[in-house]
Design a protein around this ligand. Sequence first.
Ligand code: FEO
Length: 394
Amino acid sequence: MSAIQLREGVWSVGVLNPALRVFDIVMEAKYGTSYNAYLVTGEKNVLIETVHAEYFEEYVDNITSVLPLEQIDYLIMNHNEPDHSGSVAMLMERCPNLKIFATAAGKKHMEDVANRALPIQIVKAGDTLDLGGKVLEFIPAPMLHWADSMFTWDPADKIAFTCDFLGCHFCEPTMLDKNIHDNAAYEGEFYNYYGGIFSPFKPFVLKGLNLLPAEADMVCPSHGPVLVERLQWAKEEYRRLSTVAPKAVKDAAVIYASAYGCTKALAEAAAEALKADGLNVTCLDLVAAGLPACAAAANEADVLLVGAPTINRDAPKGIWDVVTSIDAINVKGKAAGAFGSFGWSGEATGMLHTRLSQLKYAVPEAPFRVTFTPTEDDKKAMADYARSVAALCK
Ligand code: FEO
């Protein structure tokens, strides 16, 4: 992808990576991604973002198709994950007089990525950068999705540069949203991107939407197409997806695996007790319900009970898959417990208990376990255990 003029004096100089299929280890990228970067020209010239280190030379080619590197005065880094900051050190080798602007957290991340001190000016809310006839404003927007995140606002062009915010892993060679042909594919990736990157930070997304200048009619993110025609839609979808309705009653999820019905009997005792206490209870057999439904219920739950037998000194993989699908960012105030029936060694409940505690759930002192078929007393004890977990929920 070559340099693309977006508006007078505003250029896209980023690169496409259409072959990528897994982003950051964990995110599927069916259509690849782009590492976007921008060049704003004037009396002073400023780059906004660099690109993944592997694409540095293509990035430089794009910049130099507009103007020589020696004419670049400034670099603004809105966010410093290495897909954006990976080329900063190499750029400094070519442009040793470049002055960099970032938040305080951004400075730390950038220097940790580059492994060297860099000429960074720390900026705060309301700070500006005068390019001569055009003044850029910095708008810190922390936790979108790192503490270092900020927007850069160009009021003269009504453009907001938002880095990951409102982005998408999608390759549109023209960079213009009006030219997207497969809109269903784009929308699917837009939602996947929100889910993977921003869904753990919903309150911050709502703050970020409020920080974004309302008069912006172009948003330049650092992945995927520039938003103009889809800008209003994208903002509305972020607001809708991030708005959480207050709960009238607490949600409880009892999620279990059971080979012979013993752990199932405990799960049912727990679910009945919590229902009787007025909680909104979802009780799911992992094998019947499947991982997506169990993961969704686990994440929704204020009170989570995870049940498993022990197979060869461990919990079954499927139960671990549920536990590793939990959004660890948002367990504050929630409570969880582990339970299960076992035959001869019984490590699973202790291992799950430890993991739930590591995720920072409020947990009781110990998990609950019985050997083989639960007695009526065991079921009553399970009900008491479930209530003790629910009592820990704030
Ligand atoms: Fe695209 Fe959070 O980096």
